[in-house]
Design a binder for this molecule. Structure first.
Ligand code: IMP
Length: 195
């Protein structure tokens, strides 16, 4: 069964497809011929995830989900949070975002942080929200080349390596998105069984 993932991020598509397995095939707005932006102007992760999912669901009339993720640091009172994608400017530059975060945390004694991921699912006109959190800390410099975004500076609690030093499978087992997608998968299975 096809389901639209309202994202333009190929890393996210690869991560989530691994977790969904064979029963659900992800397609993207781009693959359906939509090359424009997906609006994301909410004040919270929930609002953004719902806004993105509603926009794509209305456009294509297909089962659809969207995620929105924020990295929250305790020393910066939860920043960058919902502003994570554009922390260093409007062009969503991951390297610049990471550098700004390291600069703002320079000398901070407390480096604890968490990724929070909210997924909005719209299916048969019904909306559902799922949330996953990964606790960890921000290193003083990037480590590793896998993953994307802030992965090179985020080390999950109880681990020695950053997300960027882990395989996709390892990251998925521990990650905010992995946890939210596990709930998404359960909900999709339940929905399919209701036929
Ligand atoms: P969004 O959910 O695509 O809006 O992501 C917000 C910001 O967090 C962007 O800068 C992403 O690169 C970053 N981000 C989202 N998910 C992850 C992740 O799993 N690891 C590292 N950075 C992420």
């Amino acid at each position: 069964m096809k389901i639209v993932f309202a994202t333009a991020n190929p890393h996210k598509v690869a991560e989530v497809q691994k977790l969904l397995g064979g029963a659900f095939e992800i397609t993207t707005p781009q693959q359906l011929g939509y090359a424009g932006d997906i609006p994301e102007t909410g004040a919270t992760l929930q609002e953004n995830a719902l806004q993105k999912a509603r926009f794509i669901a209305e456009k294509f009339g297909l089962p659809c989900f969207a995620d929105d993720t924020g990295l929250e640091t305790d020393a910066l009172q939860g920043a960058p949070g919902v502003h994570s994608a554009r922390y260093a400017g409007t062009n969503k530059d991951s390297a610049a975002n990471m550098q700004l975060l390291l600069k703002n945390l320079h000398g901070a004694a407390c480096r604890t942080a968490r990724f929070r991921c909210v997924i909005a699912l719209i299916i048969d006109g019904q909306e559902r929200l799922f949330e996953g959190v990964a606790e960890g800390e921000i290193l003083t410099e990037p480590q590793g080349a896998q993953g994307f975004g802030y992965d090179p500076v985020f080390r999950p609690a109880g681990h020695r390596r950053t997300f960027a030093e882990m395989s996709a499978e390892e990251k998925n087992r521990l990650s905010h998105r992995g946890k939210a997608v596990t709930q998404l998968v359960a909900s999709l299975r339940e929905w399919r069984m209701s036929f």
